[in-house]
Design a binder for this molecule. Sequence first.
Ligand code: SER
Length: 325
Amino acid sequence: MSKGDMNKILVTGACGQIGSELTMALRQKYGNENVVATGHKTKPGPTLRDSGPFEFIDVTRRETVEEVVDRYNIGTIYHMAAILSAVGEQNPHLAWDVNINGLYNILEIARERELTRVFCPSSIAVFGPETPRDNTPQETVLRPTTMYGITKVAGELLCDYYFRRFGLDVRGVRYPGIISSETLPGGGTTDYAVEIFYEAIKHKRYTCFLREDTVLPMMYMPDCIRATIMLMEADLSRLKHHADFNLAAMSFCPAELVAEIKKHIPEFVCEYKPDFRQEIADSWPRTIDDSAAREEWGWEPQYDLAAMTADMLEKLGRKYAEGRL
Ligand code: SER
């Protein structure tokens, strides 16, 4: 078994909301041929498909991942494949299988081959109703009530175990809700903050599945990609944490987002019909203390609510005008 070439990168979940844009950012930085995008069932869009290698794998079937890792001599893995919070509540068994067994397979493949580095995202979903909800500390109560959150806590612990026990350099952040204009999110509780932009542009109306005063931590995709690559390039000797960094950019509630969108589209109307996702949102923090990420690898966000909203409306507005929305 070869140890892999650290410059050869594999991205799992490459057709997902973060994976699709992360893959393109990595290809731009490290070369198209060096970044192998992988997906499960979703077919890749033309941008992803035509810019570099693409393979189908199933992270719950280890041999499908091993074959690709060995064939491309992979040395670094960004493991973005996961089931998110809302879909996870509808199918907890699938969430466990993909998020736990899938991660275990990735870590074992990396350990056996002594791969250079693995990125595994965690989430604000690791927190639960007993966690302090404002300025949530790095070190705090981790008692989530969703299957997604449970798999993410176990995942963080497993990643840290692989670092301590086997010296595998695994890194990860607790992503807040991610807002983006390229690929729709796949079944999370923070998805309203993406859907609302599509509906504002297309129909000037939106029905929000969370209450208007539900404050959640959020981040715009350019910051998400920058944070991910920054952490992966950080000097290992400076890291005291590994797979569980709190990460923050902005926090807002639906009413505040609506007010910001109305500055650009005054006739926009939003209604509120909270569903099962309200309970999930109510168990998560409002704001996050990310001082460990700032101290250990220099994290600093660039987009706030106003800058993100203006950019989202501009990007989606252009797509709409070109008939691509
Ligand atoms: N955005 C994710 C979700 O809502 C949180 O990690 O599930």
